[in-house]
Design a protein around this ligand. Structure first.
Ligand SMILES: [Fe+2]
Length: 374
């Protein structure tokens, strides 16, 4: 009957259901769950209006979210982070720029790119759907849960069989106790629980199951709960520094810097450069942007040295002809990509980056030269 039910057979992690709205008409919820290294994110759409919200998107899945929304005929209207994530990189800011739609977070969020600040008891209208905000601080000061129809997106306030930790910036076990036992415990036990993290491949749980079986929710005395949360001794998340830096400020990740640079420059293969070196081509200026020590140990024959750290300051002196064809390399092919993007932005429109670096050049047993001269 609808595009929605046809998709059900091919995508087992998708749940589509019929609902009857207040006017007695049939409507449909389109729901899809995405997993990236234990981080869960969710696309929730109204099939009738084609409006959708994306909850807790993770940066590596950006293209998948857009592809899923396009496949389902959905238009993403809101990008929502249930809290400031310390353990993964949020895609909300990048998608907001791409799609021109607001980033919604709790008003306590410090992120400057949040254009829609939410508070307890408010709702977002996504077509016929209503996403209800339940403020649940504790894991962070800006944590909230979102109730939508028969499910609740719990962020890191409540996980399946666990809770969010309270030992990272903004964490407060006392507040988490109130959020769990004063707010979530009052929800309908049948509500499906969809957390922001799940490491054992479970799709969801229910409020009833969690309050009956979740070990942390069996500790119902405040002091004992706080004591338990303070003694979990969890190790720090792997990317905490970069996650907090970028999620709180809207700054770019290293991967984003590299991806943007790579998208703005052409590349030359190792084999192509080797053929030109062998032919002693004079047309190509080979630029080594590593440090002098590395250059003197071994460099590509004919290459000139201009370390990345000195590029902007010495470029006029070292590269007086902006029309020359330049191939830039470094050790691994990353710094050279950034350097090529910089050269292009400075007007060297024929600068290209080597696809690979000195390490790959050596591994390919291509010729090298040592010493201070090209
Ligand atoms: Fe978190």
């Amino acid at each position: 009957m609808t595009r929605g039910f046809r998709l059900r057979a091919t995508t087992p992690r998708r749940i589509l259901r019929r609902a009857i709205d207040g006017g007695g008409r049939e409507s449909h919820v389109i729901f899809e769950q995405f997993s990236a290294g234990g981080c869960q994110s969710y696309l929730v759409g109204c099939a009738e209006s084609c409006a959708a919200a994306l909850i807790d998107p993770e940066i590596s899945l950006t293209d998948r979210y857009l592809a899923a929304a396009a496949r389902d005929g959905l238009r993403i209207r809101y990008l929502i982070d249930t809290h400031t994530h310390a353990d993964h990189l949020s895609a909300t800011q990048q998608l907001s720029r791409q799609l021109g739609v607001p980033v919604a977070m709790h008003r306590a969020s410090p992120a400057p790119f949040v254009t829609l600040k939410l508070d307890d008891g408010e709702m977002l209208a996504v077509g016929k759907l209503r996403l209800q905000v339940l403020y649940t601080p504790g894991h962070t000061r800006d944590s909230f849960c979102l109730c939508v129809e028969d499910r609740v997106f719990t962020g890191d306030t409540l996980l399946i069989g666990a809770t969010g930790r309270t030992d990272l910036p903004g964490g407060d076990p006392n507040a988490l106790f109130d959020s769990l036992f004063g707010r979530l415990s009052r929800l309908d036990p049948a509500l499906k629980v969809h957390p922001a993290h799940e490491y054992k491949g479970r799709d969801h749980s229910t409020i009833g199951q969690e309050f009956a079986q979740n070990p942390r929710l069996q500790v119902r005395e405040r002091t004992a709960f706080i004591e338990m949360m303070r003694n979990l001794n969890l190790k720090m998340p792997t990317h905490i520094t970069e996650a907090l830096r970028t999620n709180m400020s809207g700054g770019k990740t290293v991967a984003q810097m590299l991806a943007e640079a790579a998208a703005s420059v052409p590349f030359m293969s190792l084999a192509e450069l080797q053929a030109r070196v062998a032919a002693e081509s004079q047309e190509l200026l080979i630029l080594d942007v590593r440090e002098r020590d590395d250059y003197e140990k071994a460099h590509i024959p004919g290459a000139r040295l201009l370390p990345r750290g000195q590029l902007e300051l010495r470029v006029n002196q070292e590269l007086p002809d902006p029309t020359c064809r330049i191939v830039v390399y470094c050790e691994l092919g990353r710094i050279s990509t950034l350097a090529t993007a910089t050269l292009r932005s400075m007007g060297f429109q024929r600068a290209v980056a080597l696809d690979g670096g000195m390490q790959a050049w050596r591994e390919a047993s291509y010729p090298v030269r040592s010493g201070a001269d090209p």
